[in-house]
Design a protein around this ligand. Structure first.
Ligand SMILES: [Zn+2]
Length: 214
């Protein structure tokens, strides 16, 4: 199969750039998080394991096939690579997957883990998400238990997305957040919208607590 080297290089540069942005927001501490872009039908570009996401260079981006295997054999893809490729496999419209470990996503996913989802409603910024035209909307973000069994987690996500018409993202408890989009700009807009919402929810919970206590 022909590898489109030029498309891979462009994807790799875009991933480095989005990494600097997401790191600057404080959403990728301590070499955590991973980002990928679809190169074509057969291949994707993804961050290598253990790299600092604010200091990525093109050498830190791997070419993988859609089963999550690295094409070069001297490099190790991130353990979570399969969560990215599972999304590319299920939907040919997905062109980019972004995964971060922000404080707010981590804290909320722990707080709402038992419930299994976080509901968010009536925020104007919800309109940044696909197919939402009004703030008078309630969305549910699923929260999956954290695990090192990535194949099992990918299956849970896939089952959930098959049953729910949800096309936004999901949390992994005590871990972080996944979102995606048709291209890197869309996925980045989603992550910014969600991080804004997560911050609002955390702040509201804190203020309610204080008001109740006084
Ligand atoms: Zn992670």
């Amino acid at each position: 199969m022909m590898i489109n080297e030029r498309a891979f290089q462009v994807s790799a540069q875009n991933i480095c750039e989005v990494g600097r942005f997401l790191y600057s927001k404080g959403w990728c501490p301590a070499t955590s998080s991973n980002f990928s872009m679809r190169v074509d039908e057969y291949f994707a570009a993804i961050t290598a394991s253990g790299k600092h996401k604010g200091e990525l260079s093109v050498q830190d981006i791997l070419l993988i096939d859609m089963n999550g295997n690295a094409i070069q054999d001297n490099v190790k893809p991130s353990a979570e690579t399969f969560l990215h490729t599972a999304l590319y496999q299920r939907d040919p419209q997905i062109g980019c997957v972004l995964h971060t470990h922000s404080v707010n996503a981590t804290v909320l996913s722990r707080l709402f883990e038992k419930q299994g989802f976080l509901e968010v409603e009536d925020y104007e910024v919800l309109k940044a998400l696909p197919n939402i035209e009004t703030h008078e909307t309630k969305i549910s973000i699923p929260i999956f238990p954290n695990t090192q069994d990535i194949a099992m987690l990918a299956k849970q996500v896939d089952d959930y997305l098959n049953k729910n018409q949800q096309d936004f993202g999901y949390c992994i408890a005590g871990h972080g957040f996944y979102t995606w989009g048709k291209d890197i700009e869309t996925a980045r807009r989603h992550i910014e919208a969600f991080e804004f919402l997560f911050e609002c929810v955390v702040l509201e919970l804190q203020l309610k607590c204080k008001l109740n206590a006084s």
